[in-house]
Design a protein around this ligand. Structure first.
Ligand code: NAD
Ligand code: MLT
Length: 535
């Protein structure tokens, strides 16, 4: 598999990818057509904040399975476009949290004590001791905007340095804030009370520009620190506020457009400390995020859950072994249902009975949907299947029943059109042997792999022999067969054949031409191409 890396990541991540046998290519600082060319045959793309992963990039990369963000912020990745293209987007949200929090603390001190300014003058030979009178953090109020992972780590550290904490975060509970010793307040109150205001939100349409001239005026003195994302704070307004003495100072690690140019307004204001997006730049953080992304790429290639997928169902590692066998089973049940039902599918239900109903089955349901949509030749995978269902107006339901009448666990995928619903159920025999045990109300015992012929016929003597001989005449070997009837003798029956060889259309037509036959479908299941077309 080709893994393309367009922003530098730690060697530990590169090594892990190579050890897994991938073809790792680096192409730093590429953009425009060069990026589109580089990504054309990539199966995975790894970026930090430097690469804009736009819809065009997804259009140019038909084989892309996953985009890995070696870090937290994904504002440079068009996640909707990724989902449309069935590409997983995953980040590494834990690995650099401590580094970002420590940088925030360092920047707070740097601004409060003018460390970079004094350092630069001393290096230039000037002993400017009397020009700097700093501010202590101890006893001051820290206002935290965005009390997520980084915000909480900052809270712990600065609480320990004797600061009073207030926070604004509309999505976090008061209990959580309480446990950190922070008082949750409204945005304006946070601005008004803060001597130091630190920003830790993602960049979203809601947060973009949320701190500008009016908000800085509400602060009326004090320091602002932004180690989150450029664009949350209006940079021109901030430069003006510090220059005019509305604020005492500021420390900024992130900018709306990086790298910034020489004439950037924040560079010319003395009391503004700047760093070039260094929040996550520690050895430990870079190793953490790079290896986390390498592991997630491996999982994506192996079809396993991707731990920090942002647009695909993710599953706890401890749960995965219990649901894994049902992923393929639900997909197959969906495939059988979709191929047996004629007409436009308008609804899909994935139902769980017995032990499996106790598990987190989001990924199994997505796989059931994938199975239903795949025979319709929609470009589908477990990432985009729920979205495709919504876009095409297909009602999807998931139901659970802790009791199961006949099996320890049963997964049923039902597909419906305007007139009828057809259900296919699967279970595991002896713990891990997958079987299809019901099709359209008939009890069967079919292996959910490879080539399958499903025939509905009148329950009359000689039908099975007839089908067997037609298949035999065409050198089609029967690997297994199961016949079931719904009613008493003389009603309707269903026969499922597991086959070693493909069934050409003309053979299906020949069987169907017999007046005892009601319907005959040749199905190809997991891992099989449809070879049944007539040459
Ligand atoms: P997170 O998702 O854990 O936390 C973000 C918090 O912001 C959440 O609690 C959320 O509820 C809150 N939030 C969202 N919208 C809000 C709004 N309108 N007002 C107030 N709060 C709001 O993210 P994180 O891991 O803590 O990262 C925080 C930020 O730091 C991100 O922007 C991330 O990209 C950035 N970051 C930067 C660096 C760096 O190198 N400078 C390193 C790591 C993280
Ligand atoms: C992040 O969001 O993780 C940071 O921007 C860190 C980075 O990749 O530089």
């Amino acid at each position: 598999m080709k893994v393309l890396i367009t922003d530098p990541i730690d060697d530990a991540g590169l090594e892990r990818l190579r050890e897994s046998g991938h073809d790792v290519e680096t192409a730093y600082d590429v953009e425009g057509q060069a990026l589109l060319d580089a990504v054309a045959d990539a199966n995975a793309l790894v970026v930090r904040s430097g690469t804009e992963v736009t819809e065009e990039v997804f259009d140019a990369a038909p084989d892309l399975v996953i985009v890995g963000r070696a870090g937290i912020g994904v504002d440079n990745i068009d996640i909707d476009a990724a989902t449309d293209h069935g590409v997983i987007v995953a980040n590494a949200p834990e690995g650099n949290v401590r580094a970002a929090a420590e940088h925030t603390v360092a920047m707070s001190f740097a601004a409060a004590r003018s460390i970079p300014q004094a350092h630069a003058r001393l290096k230039a030979g000037e002993w400017a001791k009397s020009d700097y009178l700093g501010t202590e953090l101890n006893g001051k109020t820290l206002g935290i905007v965005g009390l997520g992972r980084v915000g909480q780590e900052v809270a712990k550290r600065l609480d320990g340095l004797g600061m009073n904490l207030v926070a604004y975060d509309p999505y976090i509970s008061e209990e959580r804030a309480d446990r950190l010793g922070a008082e949750l307040v409204e945005f304006e109150a946070c601005l008004e009370q803060a001597d130091f205001l630190t920003v830790h939100t993602p960049l979203t349409p809601e947060t973009e520009g949320m701190i500008s001239t009016d908000e800085l005026e509400l602060m009326g003195g004090g320091f602002l620190v932004n180690c989150a994302r450029g664009g949350v704070v209006d940079e021109e307004a901030l430069a003006e506020a510090v220059d005019d003495g509305v604020l005492d100072g500021a420390a900024v690690d992130v900018f709306a457009n990086e790298p910034i140019s020489e004439g950037h307004p924040l560079l010319s204001v003395d009391d503004v400390v700047v760093t070039p997006h260094l929040g996550a730049s520690t050895e430990a953080a870079q190793e953490n995020v790079a290896t986390s992304i390498a592991d997630q790429i491996d999982a994506a290639f192996a079809g396993e859950p991707v731990m920090n997928a942002l647009n695909a169902p993710s599953v706890d590692e401890s749960v995965f072994p219990r649901i894994q066998p049902y992923i393929g089973l639900a997909e197959t049940a969906g495939k059988i249902g979709a191929q047996l039902l004629d007409g436009r599918i308008s609804e899909v239900e994935v139902a769980y009975e017995g032990d499996i109903a106790e598990e987190d089955v989001e990924l199994v349901t997505a796989s059931g949907l994938k199975g239903v949509f795949e025979p319709l030749e929609w470009q589908v995978n477990a990432v985009n299947a729920p979205q495709i269902a919504e876009e095409r107006g297909i009602d999807v339901t998931e139901s659970k029943r802790l009791q199961s009448d006949d099996f320890q666990s049963l997964v049923t995928v039902s597909v419906g059109n305007e007139d009828e619903t057809l259900s296919v159920s699967g279970t595991l025999f002896a713990g891990d042997d997958p079987r299809i045990v019901r099709i359209d109300g008939y009890r069967v015992d079919a292996i959910p792999h490879g080539k399958m012929l499903v025939a509905r016929n009148a329950d009359k003597p000689g039908v099975i022999g007839f089908i067997g001989s037609v298949l035999g005449e065409h050198d089609i070997n029967i690997a297994g067969m199961f016949n079931a009837r719904r009613d008493d003798r003389g009603g309707e029956a269903l026969t499922v054949y597991n086959l070693d060889d493909p069934v050409p259309d003309k053979v299906v037509e020949r069987i169907l031409a017999d007046d005892r036959m009601i319907a005959v479908k040749y199905l190809t299941l997991n891992g099989e191409d449809d070879e049944g077309e007539d040459e």
